[in-house]
Ligand binder design. Structure first.
Ligand SMILES: O=C(O)CCC(=O)C(=O)O
Length: 286
């Protein structure tokens, strides 16, 4: 088993890989958590392979499939977003394709158990540097990518419409199946959570304009993050990411929650302050 701590020169702080197998000892090892946090801050993301066990994935998938089959509200339809590849409207072929099952936290105990899993909370806390809260206003969903009608998502930062006193949030993305080039793998630009953009580099919907000259060096650094069932991607919510369409014949399902630190808060009167948040117990370590 690979250690979460890579060898580092004598006297320097150990560094962690941004992509490593999950080991239960990480959640209780302050040095391992600190190394993960350093890697997260540098690259803007960390993948923990096999973090969610088969039983957790199976329970989440079962509820997801039932709710998708009945389009149980609240849902977001592909047709309503109109991203490239989406049906033109709800009456068009595929117009009933669900993009997201929203408000996952309120849907079933399995989502609440997952989002508050103490191991997950330990990792997120180390990244935020303080006790964490779940925002119920953003993500808090199952993202789907359907064959035929699932759309392409351009380069964006999750924080584009989010209003918090500090923009530092962590998005936690759990793959309930394989995610790869065939079915709309998530791509990221490592380090782009820190990128300063030029005026005019974003379109009115705050997607990165790929043809803008200043976007080239960013896009040259693109990295696809292939995931397997149970792998968890933690990313800084300011990290630029994008995803293609699904050319396979199976729907892709990913559970996404976002977390902010106890000293942070949504700005009053904005959408980010709607729906509330979930305070998570802090477990002192070390
Ligand atoms: O199309 C996708 O799978 C990516 C979705 C996404 O990044 C988002 O909705 O924030």
């Amino acid at each position: 088993m690979t250690s979460p701590l890579d060898a580092s020169p004598a006297g320097s702080s150990p560094t962690a890989s941004a992509d490593l197998p999950w080991s239960p000892s990480i959640a209780t090892d302050p040095a391992a958590l600190a190394a993960l946090a350093r890697s997260f801050h540098e690259d803007g993301f960390v993948i923990l392979r096999g973090f969610a066990g088969e039983q957790t994935c199976a329970e989440l998938e079962a509820v997801t499939r039932t709710h998708l089959a009945g389009a149980v509200a609240p849902v977001e339809f592909e047709a309503d977003l109109g991203y490239p590849g989406a049906p033109a409207n709800r009456d068009a072929a595929g117009g009933g394709t669900v993009r997201r099952l929203r408000q996952a936290y309120g849907r079933d105990e399995v989502f609440r158990r997952w989002a508050t899993d103490p191991r997950l909370v330990a990792v997120v806390e180390s990244m935020l540097g303080e006790p964490a809260r779940i925002t119920l206003a953003h993500h808090n969903c199952v993202m789907t990518k359907h064959p035929h009608y699932g759309s392409q998502t351009g380069w964006h930062r999750d924080t584009r419409y989010w209003s918090f006193v500090s923009p530092e949030l962590v998005t936690v993305w759990l793959a309930l199946g394989d995610e790869d080039e065939r079915n709309g793998v998530l791509r990221v630009i490592p380090g782009s959570h820190q990128a300063q953009l030029e005026p005019g580099q974003l379109d009115p919907a705050e997607f990165l304009i790929e043809a803008h000259p200043a976007s080239k060096p960013l896009l040259d650094a693109t990295k696809p993050l292939a995931l397997h069932r149970g792998d968890v991607l933690f990313f800084d919510s300011r990290l630029f990411h994008a995803a293609g369409r699904n050319a396979s014949n199976a729907v892709k399902l990913s559970v996404a929650f976002a977390y902010f630190g106890a000293s942070n808060r949504p700005v009053e009167g904005t959408r980010s302050a709607e729906f509330g948040s979930v305070e998570l117990p802090h477990t002192p370590r070390g």
